[in-house]
Write a protein that binds this ligand. Structure first.
Ligand code: SIN
Length: 312
């Protein structure tokens, strides 16, 4: 029988599955529902220091091949999510949790990292450098100089396990450059990919866009992004120091997609659009489908195939 236990540094999770930040993780109620599901762990909605209402609605749409969103970082503020993870870490039955932050400026990111550093939080912190949806604010991780500055400043003040959420890259030279930057820092992990930013869905019947913010431009998720996500996981696994773990995010609809992410080199996987469509029960189905594939292939544990993608 397949064992889905996932190792991530010195943490062990019941399954390699978790939510993608931004999906089903805004409130303590949603977070509790994730904990009660087959997800191995969870990540909180990317927080700013203070509550943010986010962009005007409609700002998320399910599409036949995925989703488009321009949420604009709506969230309850860092204190809310930090309070949640601190309370939960006192419970020995709760797995190690991930706390995500996405400041609107570098100063805000650094402020939040200092707050977390000085707190008792002993989980994993994720610095989101890739939100495409705040009007007027480019995705930090597409600016290599800014990314390097951000990481240098972050590690001056942050002494706990830190990961970064990256946008998709599309050229092999970008993978080389970004990996060279990331390898200079004691990162616990990268999370790849965020949505493919600034797609535009057009409904031909009504001749309109699908979401209100930014004239309809928004981040794509779901089936649209799976090959890009797999490429980013694999390209970074080939280039990053082995101590930097990888969370694969993007386009997971079924157990085969989870298997593909792990085969490409992901240590854990996150589910966004499909979680939005199905709710936390999606993790029961994904875990069963992954186990079925492993059983059919004669694999007993994730390490039997993780990172072992073959080329032709
Ligand atoms: C959002 O809140 O706009 C999504 C966050 C992200 O893509 O990082």
């Amino acid at each position: 029988m397949a064992d889905l236990t996932a190792s991530f540094h010195d943490h062990t999770f019941q399954t390699p599955l978790m939510n993608a930040s931004g999906v089903y993780c805004y409130t303590t109620e949603e977070l509790d529902n994730l904990l009660a599901s087959k997800a191995g762990t969870l990540v909180t909605k990317s927080a700013t220091i203070n509550y943010r209402a986010g962009n005007p609605e409609p700002r998320y749409r399910n599409l036949a091949l995925g989703s488009i969103n321009s949420m604009g970082l709506p969230n309850e503020g860092l204190a809310y999510y930090l309070d949640y993870v601190l309370k939960k870490q006192a419970d020995p039955t709760v797995p190690t949790l991930f706390l995500s932050v996405a400041g609107i400026s570098m100063a805000e990111d650094l402020d939040m990292l200092s707050t977390i550093d000085q707190s008792d939080f002993n989980g994993l912190t994720e610095l989101n450098l890739s939100c495409p949806n705040v009007p007027g604010k480019p995705q930090v991780a597409y600016d290599f100089e800014a990314t390097e500055k951000m990481l240098a400043a972050a590690f001056e003040r942050f002494h706990k396990p830190l990961g970064v959420k990256l946008p998709p890259y599309f050229d092999l030279t970008q993978f080389d450059i970004v990996a060279q930057i990331l390898n200079q820092y004691p990162l616990a992990y990268i999370n790849t990919i965020n949505s493919i930013g600034n797609g535009l869905y057009i409904d031909v019947d009504s001749e309109t866009v699908a979401i209100k913010p930014k004239g309809g431009f928004g981040g794509l998720g779901g089936a649209y992004v799976l090959p890009t996500a797999l490429a980013n996981v694999h390209a970074f696994r080939q280039r990053l120091n082995p101590e930097i773990a990888i969370i694969g995010t993007g386009g997971i609809e079924n157990g085969a997609d989870v298997f593909a992410h792990l085969l490409a080199g992901a240590d854990l996987v996150q589910v966004g659009t499909q979680l939005m469509k199905d709710g936390p029960d999606v993790f029961t189905r994904l875990a069963a489908e992954l186990a079925d594939i492993m059983n059919a292939k004669g694999y007993h544990k994730l390490a039997d195939f993780k990172g072992k993608l073959k080329t032709l």
